[in-house]
Design a protein around this ligand. Sequence first.
Ligand code: BG6
Length: 494
Amino acid sequence: MSKNNQPTTIVIFGATGDLTQRKLIPGLFSLFCKGLLPDRFAIVGFSRTDWSDDDFRQQMLAGMEELAPEMLNEAKWPDFAPHLHYLPGDATEPAAYDTLQTRLTELEDGSANRLYYLSTAPRFFEPIVTLLGEAGMVAAAESESETAVWRRVVIEKPFGHDLASAQALNQVVHAVLNEDQIYRIDHYLAKETVQNLLVFRFANTMFEPIWNRNFIDHVQITVAETVDVGHRADYYDQSGVMRDMFQNHLMQLLALVAMEPPAAFDADAIRDEKVKTMRAIRPLTTAEICRQTVRAQYEGYRDTEGVATDSETATYAALELYIDNWRWRGVPFYLQSGKALAHKVSEIIVQFKEPPHMMFTIPPDEPIPANYLALCLQPHEGFHQRIELKEPGRAVKLRSVDMDFRYEALFQPESVPEAYETLLNNALEGDATLFTRGDGIEAAWRIIDDVLAAWQSDKAPPVVSYAPGSWGPDEAAELLGKKRRRWHHGCVSQ
Ligand code: BG6
């Protein structure tokens, strides 16, 4: 992480919401404690609630005490708190932007960079960007010393609820902002081990030569959560697991695992490759989607307050996708994600092919063992290479073992920054590598739209149920089982 020392103002729209207390203020405070915020900075909360500066400071402190106590350095908070300011206002009212501009000008007392963080409900993204534009608050201005200052806008997820709405939103933001001013959040990209995927693949020469259809049988991506929808039913019942997790997090992981080596470690080179990969995902016909997808709901979901009693919203899904390019043609990518599952784990399993000829004796009911690489994204970050060994003794008996690398064995837990801290730092630094570009969002929606449309058709697979605390429905095991494959949880028992 690094520091830009120009005066900077961070304006948080939707500042009274949960995300501000849970992630944004802890992330900014951590950057402050590490000396990574400029010497002159202000954080301005903007929301409808009628708070004063003092209310905002107290609420943020209470939020940190409750939600992020491990990040609260009490000795440093009194130095941080005076940088927090608050302005009540309605972000859909043009007049509010005059008041905001006046307040920001007073606080800045000279030229300053501005990061506008849209942490509001998605329906406010369009009006806020438009009104910022109309108020002349996002055009980069020249400072008195002729040093350019910047204006950037961070947009939270979800970016659209389907392809058409994402395209419409892209049009609105592009009418006001250049793409290099827009930072679309996907917090999975800032997880330390997700970033490590790039280093793992492209700083080692061992894996790249075998990272293709000649050696890899299939790839599995699992993002499992133990939590259920809790109090988020109003939002969740409208989006479901496809919009909430697949369109963003799982598609991004798929792109990072499958993309071609970028020419440079910069935002556009990496995002170009990711988009190319997503565009190469084979479009599925309705019939294929019905055969190659599973949708399910955990038992009891429809009894949750805020969920329609006849809701068909999937809280779990599994997909089988194919990437039609030279590297991956014919290799299935199995993606699964769900709530109320047995473990919280995010992992990628790269399953290598079976040995072409097995000269050792394998018990008749056991599959021929094949190597796999488990990339563990959370919670036990690291990777495990599954290999076969001979058990000691006179008989030649095979045994599967793991060669392990675990982050926790090498690094202190506090050396791994929280995803939002990394994202805030990168947005302040102008590094968009870990943010999604407009064309990437649209490429992901194209796949998800097809699935959602097929699920609305009369050929749709039924919404099956699964027991909370299980690994999902039997149908998910069958999706792999019918091709003599099975889901591995290479990161769970570690
Ligand atoms: C969010 C989803 O994007 O990611 C949530 O909206 C989900 O439903 C969360 O719980 C999972 O994030 P993490 O970092 O806990 O894996």
